[in-house]
Write a protein that binds this ligand. Structure first.
Ligand code: HEM
Length: 708
């Protein structure tokens, strides 16, 4: 049997050819196309054929037994084209034509598309040839490619279809059915309904898309004239024009409005499907097809500037939230795998409502096999951010109660002394990397003071904190060997050392935070934490208390360096230094996000977040929300409520180290600018950040001053 495939270079023609070439009956193929050069080298005869040229088509079809007549795309000219093709097939000696028609093709259906298909079907039936008509449903792909993205982006599905319905179809199912009727006997002079069997209105589709995209898509019911206006605004002409040809298809609103009118009048509500009968499996249905595009649909509403590792975002993370804060306060990030919640009011509210958003489950951490006996993986579930009350309450209290004012004041003196000593080391140099020579050593020194450890332990604590970050990052981008083993070795060696310190402190407690945790007891006098858990928390503090504050100090220097008037003000009135700290925390929180998981389905900012889905609360978005602050982009140390920001989070997980970091950063910045009076950031260097999404972490920051 020789099968002729017309329109073989189009999507449908290619897909059919592909299946036929692999078909067990191995039919001989003749492929015809207006652009034969596009389908050379397929292992089949290729001929030039154009429906506008009857004689040429007859030559192209010559020798064929069955013709697959794929309906043309030249809206308004199709009946003539199809008539030419049918006549050409007769001339060429073809015995049967398989025609791709459309759902709801009846004499009284006035949709332009249906008129053309109806007339073609009539010509075909009167041709004297055998025929098989495949009335394909509404291609789900066409709708997902064309209408759905507009609806998701604009949040509106404008339709004149009312509650009229149509049955959609997966184009791949149409292709399989076409191949079946082309290759198997017994399909002569029959009409088949090729659709999913589901009847859906565009209102149903809008709801489905809204659910999958996770963003509201309102169904806007309009008249035919309203739909013409809508298409007019999208730049679509009323009539089919050669110059408005998209991939060969001439979009025009006459076509689409007449379709929706007929839909409203019930002409496409065909409840039968022959797909399973033809190909032996049920058709794919629209909900499944829409869900298969979830990532793509959700990406449509992510603001284009949302790229946490772009240079623009590293320079100023707040810029990532500008559009979101105005238009779509909650959106999905496929890269992160979480909803991003940006507005102050939402972040402020939900960080405090643990019955709605809980600590995320940390089962993503996997301890490499060879370290399993040194570190049971369940230990990770005891990190403070991984627990919620009641488990969270006692360890959290043990840690937080250490951060009392007298201790902070005592540490403040230690910080000032250390700051002076560090600057003494390079005051004459005129230029240094501030991260390596000030921000990091200073915060590390404070950590040692807090833990009651000698300076000689600096490397252990530094490596422990670094390893903790690397392990956290590895949840997203897995580490390869030998790095993986090295990181875990550092993490475990540090904790094993701390476990020995815990034993000493239990025997001989001091006023440091390790002693505090090691000796903390519950109401019944039982210890709150095992030695392993104390060591785990030390690793947590080594990470949470080190980079965050070092970045805060760097951010203060950055902002003061570019706002000399504000710096002059703080110099004149030293009581304003705490405001510099707060305003820096507001304008650029060290941690851009904090993570939670939805405890139940909840609608936030118009978006439904499902139970179990991750939500990242954008502390930087919230702290720069124009609905909450006047001119949020301005760095202004005179704001009336300087500490009104969310840089430390909020609620039961709010940062326990906040009092220490506030004190530390304030002293660090004040001493630095007192000592190196005209210190400024060297700006013409490339950015140097570690690729961390939660905590944009400067590796280096060059600063210069006039050395005396
Ligand atoms: C500028 C400095 C700092 C910033 C911006 C910062 C920020 C944060 C944020 C945003 C959270 C999560 C809050 C939430 O999810 O609601 C957090 C938690 C935490 N921070 Fe900080 N932090 C800083 C310094 C410190 C310091 C100095 C320490 C201790 C030495 C520390 C220890 C912790 C701990 C243990 C948690 C977990 C609390 C919990 O889940 O209950 N942080 N921090």
């Amino acid at each position: 049997m020789r099968i002729v495939v017309s329109g073989a270079s189009g999507f449908f023609g290619r897909a059919v050819t592909d299946l036929l070439l692999r078909h067990p009956v191995q039919p001989e193929l003749i492929l015809t196309s207006r652009t034969p050069e596009k389908i050379a080298d397929q292992g089949a005869a290729v001929r030039r054929g154009d429906f506008d040229d009857r004689a040429g088509s007859a030559e192209a079809f010559a020798g064929g037994d069955v013709l697959l007549l794929i309906s043309g795309v030249k809206v308004g000219h199709r009946v003539e084209q199809h008539r030419n093709a049918i006549e050409a097939a007769k001339t060429a000696g073809v015995r049967r034509i398989v025609y791709t028609s459309f759902i709801g093709t009846t004499a009284d259906n006035t949709a332009s598309v249906s008129r053309e298909h109806f007339e073609t079907e009539e010509i075909l039936k009167a041709s004297g040839l055998d025929w098989t008509i495949l009335r394909n449903g509404f291609y789900a792909e066409s709708m997902l490619d064309a209408s759905v993205p507009i609806a998701v982006r604009t949040g509106r599905w404008v339709s004149a279809g009312g509650d009229g319905t149509v049955s959609f179809v997966d184009r791949a199912d149409c292709v399989s059915c076409a191949v079946e009727v082309l290759t198997a006997p017994g399909h002569e002079n029959r009409t088949y309904e090729i659709n999913s069997g589901d009847l859906l209105s565009f209102r149903d589709v809008a709801a489905l898309v809204s659910d999958v995209a996770g963003t509201p898509v309102e169904f806007v019911d309009v008249t035919d004239e309203g739909l013409y206006e809508h298409f007019g605004r999208l730049g679509i002409p009323r009539e089919a024009l050669a110059e408005f040809d998209v991939d060969g298809y001439r979009f025009c609103s006459d076509d689409m409005v007449s379709f929706e009118r007929a839909m409203r009048h019930g002409h496409f509500a065909v409840p039968t499907s022959d797909v399973e009968h033809l190909i032996g499996r049920p058709p794919r249905r629209l909900p499944e097809l829409v869900r298969s595009r979830r990532a793509e649909l959700r990406a449509l509403v992510a603001p284009p500037e949302f790229d946490p590792l772009s240079d623009a975002a590293l320079r100023d993370p707040a810029c990532m939230f500008a559009t979101a804060l105005n238009d779509r306060p909650v959106f999905w990030s496929e890269a992160i795998g979480a909803w991003i919640v940006t507005r102050y009011d939402d972040v402020h509210r939900y960080l405090n409502e643990l019955d709605v958003f809980r600590a995320p489950v940390h089962d993503a951490f996997t301890v490499p096999e060879k370290f399993a006996d040194r570190f049971p993986s369940e230990l990770m579930n005891y990190l403070l951010p991984a627990m919620d009350p009641p488990e969270h309450t006692a360890p959290r209290r043990a840690i937080q109660s250490w951060f009392r004012r007298p201790r902070i004041l005592e540490l403040q003196d230690r910080i000032a002394t250390a700051a002076h000593e560090l600057i003494d080391g390079y005051a004459e140099a005129g230029e240094v990397d501030l991260m390596a020579t000030y921000c990091y050593p200073l915060t590390l020194n404070t950590l040692l003071g807090m833990l009651g450890l000698p300076d000689t332990d600096a490397k252990v604590i530094h490596d422990l904190g670094e390893a903790a970050i690397r392990i956290l990052e590895a949840v997203k981008v897995p580490l390869a060997e030998p790095e993986l083993s090295q990181v875990w070795e550092d993490y475990l060696a540090g904790q094993e050392y701390i476990r020995t310190v815990v034993d000493e402190r239990i025997a001989n407690p001091g006023d440091d935070i390790i002693s505090f945790m090691a000796t903390a007891t519950d109401d019944d006098g039982n210890p709150v934490l095992t030695r392993e858990r104390v060591a785990l928390h030390v690793a947590e503090l080594a990470f949470a208390g080190h980079d965050t504050t070092a970045q805060l100090i760097a951010n203060m220097v950055q902002h003061l360096s570019s706002h000399p008037a504000q710096l002059a003000k703080a110099r004149r009135d030293p009581d304003l230094w705490p405001n510099v700290t707060e305003e820096t925390l507001r304008r650029r929180p060290s941690a851009t996000f904090t993570a939670r998981a939805a405890a139940r389905d909840v609608t936030v900012g118009g978006v439904t977040i499902r139970a179990g889905e991750l939500a990242w609360f954008a502390l930087t978005g919230a702290s720069n929300d124009p609905h909450h602050y006047d001119t949020p982009a301005r760095f202004d140390i005179d704001r009336p409520h300087p500490a009104d920001h969310l840089a430390f989070g909020r609620g039961p997980h709010a940062c326990p180290g906040a009092p220490l970091s506030r004190a530390q950063a304030t002293v660090a910045a004040r001493v630095l600018f007192e000592r190196l009076t005209d210190l400024r950031v060297v700006t013409d260097l490339p950015l140097d950040f570690a690729p961390l999404v939660i905590l944009p972490k400067r590796n280096s920051m060059r600063v210069a001053w006039s050395a005396h």
